[in-house]
Ligand binder design. Structure first.
Ligand SMILES: Nc1ncnc2c1ncn2[C@@H]1O[C@H](COP(=O)(O)OP(=O)(O)OP(=O)(O)O)[C@@H](O)[C@H]1O
Ligand SMILES: [Mg+2]
Length: 287
């Protein structure tokens, strides 16, 4: 699991973004009942002149740095896949060869089986990373969105029955939408898989509801799972962010990329302990 280190006591100057140590926090101003601290009298006077403009600037600065963070994480994921792929193929290939020639009763066999199993897990991760990178080439054609949803849900039929997941579909009539059917199915499958994995309590309900709003169709995928803690929700679309034993934490990144390729958006709301709701919006007119 990704470990997030955060110093909750950090004081940030809202004007220049500098960190202020506690001992230097004498330059202060109040606004709408809140105290703000500054690194200099100059920052304080800029703030007091127009606090709203300072907050707007701060929000814009945070948006840019969030975009840069996402971009560099995506780049890191691509590079990682590239570097790991070949050595991994050798390790897996040689381990399988040695395993094949060892006598049945050789004690080394079980160690090699562990190596082979773990290499397979890493290979699966690399395959997912490569899939992410090659997503750009896609083929959209007029598609029946409701059918995509029902077929994706049906593909989980056996798992729902085994795990006792109830499913409720509330699908609105929709015109044909230009979509890459296979990719959209895989994107929703990743959301459904997460929902199922999050539901541990006896009452398990997965709901998918669609509605048409302005130029978009919106699909809400909600569950009655454990929900997402507030301090983590910002990171769930990051590659490799996972709270699961074997992640690897690429499912939502894949879904987000597919939706973005269709010029759509995905957002999430969650009440910890009660569940999560993922809202996907896709333009009716496509690209
Ligand atoms: N419906 C949900 N309810 C609760 N937490 C969720 C839900 N969907 C996603 N998450 C959180 O977001 C994290 C990232 O999800 P993501 O699908 O990207 O990776 P993953 O499920 O951990 O691994 P995989 O690569 O197999 O999908 C999850 O580990 C989980 O903590
Ligand atoms: Mg997942």
């Amino acid at each position: 699991m990704a470990v997030l280190k955060k110093n909750k006591n950090r004081i940030i100057d809202p004007v220049c973004g500098m960190t202020i140590s506690r001992k230097d926090s004498a330059i202060r101003s109040s606004y709408l009942g809140m105290d703000y601290y500054f690194c200099s009298e100059r920052c304080k006077s800029i703030f007091e002149e127009d606090a709203d403009a300072v907050f707007a600037m701060k929000a814009a600065r945070e948006e840019v740095s969030e975009e840069e963070r996402t971009e560099s994480l995506d780049q890191m994921a691509d590079e990682l896949a590239h570097e790991i792929r070949n050595p991994l193929t050798s390790i897996g290939g040689f381990a399988r060869r040695v395993h094949g020639v060892l006598p049945e009763n050789d004690p080394g066999r079980k160690y090699l089986e562990i190596v082979i199993e773990n290499v397979a897990r890493l290979e699966n991760m690399i395959t997912k990373l490569v899939e992410l990178k090659t997503l750009g080439a896609f083929h959209a054609e007029p598609s029946d969105f409701n059918r995509i949803i029902t077929e994706t849900v049906d593909s989980f039929g056996k798992e729902f029955a085994e795990k006792g997941v109830n499913v409720e579909l509330d699908l609105t009539d929709s015109p044909l939408i230009p979509l890459d059917t296979d990719k959209i199915k895989a994107a929703f499958a990743a959301l459904i898989k997460n929902a199922v994995e999050a539901m541990e309590k006896p009452f398990k309900l997965l709901k998918i509801a669609t509605s048409i709003r302005d130029e978009y169709i919106e699909a809400e995928v909600s569950d009655t799972g454990k929900g997402i803690p507030k301090d983590r929700i910002k990171y769930i679309f990051d590659p490799f962010f996972t709270s699961k034993m074997y992640g690897p934490g690429l499912g939502l990144k894949f879904t987000q990329r597919v939706i973005q390729l269709h010029r759509g958006t995905i957002s999430v709301k969650s009440e910890p302990g009660k569940g999560a709701v993922f809202a996907v919006r896709l333009p009716l007119k496509g690209l």
